[in-house]
Design a binder for this molecule. Structure first.
Ligand SMILES: Cc1cc2nc3c(=O)[nH]c(=O)nc-3n(C[C@H](O)[C@H](O)[C@H](O)COP(=O)(O)OP(=O)(O)OC[C@H]3O[C@@H](n4cnc5c(N)ncnc54)[C@H](O)[C@@H]3O)c2cc1C
Length: 275
């Protein structure tokens, strides 16, 4: 079933088979086929959204969800514009600690699941992107690092995506989880020089970056998923509210496909029940 999605994305050239060179990936060597999204991973989501006449609204943080007084729909409050959005169906794919933080009557809906929701565990790490002019000549595109307490993964991101160096190049660094956990509450100004110093051990020829961006990935990969990995969880049948995402299955694209397929089935059944 998952193959259908890979086939479609490959045909549309949203995904390509990864042909670059990865070094240090001993654990998974030969066990997986690797793909790359040359236009970035959000092009996968856009591919599916573009197939439908969807009026998507982006860049909103939902901070409160209430049920309407007639109990037939929901009202979502967003932080940015103090606006509200009405919804017949709510699908939540945000990390569970952020789900549990939402205000409003959703708190009552979460109650029966709270104990198991609280048992989901995430890893934490930092991700840093660095942008450079010119060329970089290294014999790999991605490198897993085993002998450093800070850096775990490095990618020459343009090369990884199969792009050239015409517009300069970018380097992506992920820290390891132990470093991420130890320094989770540090400021970016504290963490950035440490990452840079450790990165230079593997790429000593790096010049001064023209720009850098660092992200604290507090809820990174799933370490322990929701009990029995159900792929999604119906929080309320009528009006329908579902929680999904990789917290309910496994981290990775396959987990995303399994979770979304499970949620589509719930929504389809909900629509049929209303006809
Ligand atoms: C370091 C690392 C490397 C990985 N490498 C790979 C890989 O090579 N291949 C692979 O297949 N997978 C990989 N993954 C896993 C992949 O990233 C996840 O499986 C996938 O992102 C999960 O998607 P999701 O939609 O469930 O959650 P997320 O991608 O975490 O999306 C949740 C979204 O919810 C948003 N959000 C949170 N709170 C709110 C709110 N209140 N209102 C609105 N929005 C909110 C967040 O901003 C975020 O955008 C990797 C993950 C990590 C951390």
């Amino acid at each position: 079933m998952r193959f259908r999605f890979y086939d479609e994305l490959l045909k549309a050239d949203v995904l390509r088979e990864f042909t670059g060179k990865i070094v240090g990936l001993n654990r998974f060597e030969g066990k997986s086929t690797h793909f790359v999204a040359p236009q970035g991973i959000n092009s996968v989501v856009k591919h599916f959204l573009n197939q439908q006449a969807i009026n998507a609204i982006y860049e909103r943080t939902v901070d409160r969800i209430d049920m309407e007084l007639d109990s037939k729909s929901y009202v979502l409050h967003t932080k940015e514009e103090k606006e509200t959005l009405a919804a017949d169906v709510v699908v939540l794919t945000i990390p569970i600690p952020q789900l549990m933080n939402l205000q409003g009557s959703i708190q009552g809906l979460l109650e029966p699941w709270r104990e198991n929701l609280e048992k989901v565990v995430y890893s934490s790490r930092y991700a840093m992107g660095l942008y450079f002019n010119g060329l970089l000549d290294v014999p790999w595109d991605c490198k897993y690092v085993d002998d450093n307490e800070c850096v775990r993964f490095i990618a020459i991101d343009n090369a990884k995506r199969g792009a050239g160096f015409e517009n300069g190049y970018s380097v992506l660094v992920h820290t390891g989880v132990p470093f991420g956990l130890k320094h989770l509450e540090d400021t970016f100004d504290q963490v950035k020089p440490v990452i840079l110093q450790n990165l230079k051990k593997y790429l000593p020829e790096l010049p001064e970056a023209i720009s850098t961006k660092i992200l604290r990935w507090r809820y990174s990969q799933i370490y322990k998923s929701y009990l029995d990995s159900p792929c999604s969880l119906v929080l309320k049948h009528l009006p329908l509210m579902i929680a999904g995402g990789d917290s309910f299955c496994q981290s990775g694209f396959d987990g995303c496909i399994d979770s979304s397929s499970s949620m589509v089935e719930c929504i389809t059944n909900f629509i049929k029940s209303k006809m």
